[in-house]
Design a protein around this ligand. Structure first.
Ligand code: NAP
Ligand code: FE
Length: 370
């Protein structure tokens, strides 16, 4: 048996974990750049808690609150510049995946004289500033991954870079911060979390260890299905979802994502479909596609979720996501050609042809003639 497992992030999980562990912040620096979206950090209560904790520890801070959904290279550069001006020696990301991923890129750009496009080469002369992460969606699991996904507007594509030095040093997971999420974002992000554990479980890079995390993650998601369908989440459900998401991140940190993320990226870039929703739309047909080569694993996915069949799975996701996405035949053609070029495809258990990808799109959405 061979195994490689690297997950260096210290995890604090639980109500008031920021306030109870404020000493962690002063371990990493004296001046923080706090990287957030425009409203969510404040609305969730996380920003206030962090500022209080930093004050207690005598750590100064500057806030960069310009991170948009699906952050661009330009945003990462602006954050890197502000970090230099503020003489920041650590970066605290508060947000959904967008601010957390931006925080990782900012941590590199703050100390390396490279353009944001250079991030994808992965050769940083100087070790990035330490990153601390506070997830407020459940979610991307970015608080425990070495990845940052950025939009390259010139290439019109989503590109990710991964480096062991951008694993957050510590993550603070307090499910109360997800109370302020709009319902649709709760659903979209929950399906992203599920997508990570599910894709990781069936990935070519899956291991016995990542499988145990993935199964636990899918079981946790399964427990929340009744609350998700009745649209009533209590704190316990929210903790289950945050835990699902964290475990999903720990899984993809080892296995990477697969075809679902490849197909989902063009839906986000060209049709503005939120990341998690894009994955959720495609998941059931993905399971159907890989079933012939790994039937026992697909069976385990369904059983972890407490479901009997792929059709039941599809109905559930449709119910959670609401109305089908509508794509034109031309869009399907274009998105297929983009998706086949992404590296995540190689992690898929069954090698897809262009025809397979087209078919998965067709079976997952409604196709309009024009
Ligand atoms: P997001 O893009 O960070 O946020 C989506 C929306 O939800 C934003 O409008 C945000 O507001 C709002 N929001 C977030 N948390 C909130 C809260 N607690 N209360 C109220 N509103 C809140 O969403 P996400 O799905 O978490 O992140 C998606 C990004 O992560 C994508 O770019 C995706 O590619 C990336 N991703 C990264 C990894 C990884 O391993 N690094 C894995 C999967 C996905 P604000 O604009 O005010 O923040
Ligand atoms: Fe994702």
């Amino acid at each position: 048996m061979e195994l490689l497992y690297h997950m260096p992030t210290k995890i604090y999980f639980g109500t008031e974990c920021v306030g109870k562990n404020s000493g962690e912040f002063s371990r990493w620096g004296k001046q923080a750049l706090i990287v957030t979206g425009r409203r969510s950090a404040q609305a969730s209560g996380a920003l206030g808690d962090i500022q209080k904790a930093l004050s207690q520890q005598g750590v100064g801070w500057t806030v960069f609150d310009q991170v948009e959904e699906n952050p661009t290279l330009a945003t990462a550069e602006a954050g890197g510049l502000l970090a230099r001006q503020a003489k920041a020696d650590m970066v605290i990301g508060i947000g959904g995946g967008s601010p957390l991923d931006a925080a990782k890129a900012v941590a590199v750009l703050a100390v390396n004289d490279i353009s944001a496009g250079g991030l994808f080469d992965g050769n940083f002369a100087v070790r990035p500033l330490p990153v601390l992460a506070v997830p407020i969606t459940a979610g991307t699991g970015s608080e425990v991954t070495p990845y940052s996904v950025l939009v390259d507007t010139e290439r019109q594509s989503k590109r990710s870079f991964g480096h062991p030095d951008i694993f957050p040093k510590a993550a603070f997971l307090d499910a109360r911060y997800t109370n302020s999420l709009p319902w649709q974002v709760t659903i979209n992000t929950a399906l992203d979390a599920l997508s990570h554990s599910l894709e990781g479980y069936v990935s070519m890079k899956a291991s016995i260890l990542s499988d145990s995390l993935a199964l636990e993650s899918m079981r946790c998601f399964g427990k929340t299905i009744p609350s998700l369908t009745s649209r009533s989440l209590d704190l316990q459900d929210r903790e289950q979802l945050l835990y699902t998401s964290m475990l999903g991140g720990m899984v993809i940190a080892q296995t990477g994502t697969t075809m679902v993320h490849s197909l989902g990226y063009p839906l986000t870039i060209f049709r503005d479909i939120p990341h998690g929703r894009a994955n959720g739309v495609l998941l059931a047909e993905y399971l159907r596609f890989i079933q012939p080569v790994i039937p026992e694993k697909v069976e385990s996915v369904l059983s972890a979720l407490g479901l009997q069949t792929i059709d039941e799975c599809k109905t559930l996701f449709r119910e959670l996501l609401g109305g089908p996405e509508i794509l034109t035949a031309k869009e399907i053609e274009e998105f297929t050609l983009i998706a086949i070029q992404t590296p995540n495809i190689a992690n898929t258990a069954r090698k897809p042809s262009l025809d397979d990808l087209r078919q998965i799109f067709r079976d997952s959405v409604s196709v309009s003639p024009v």
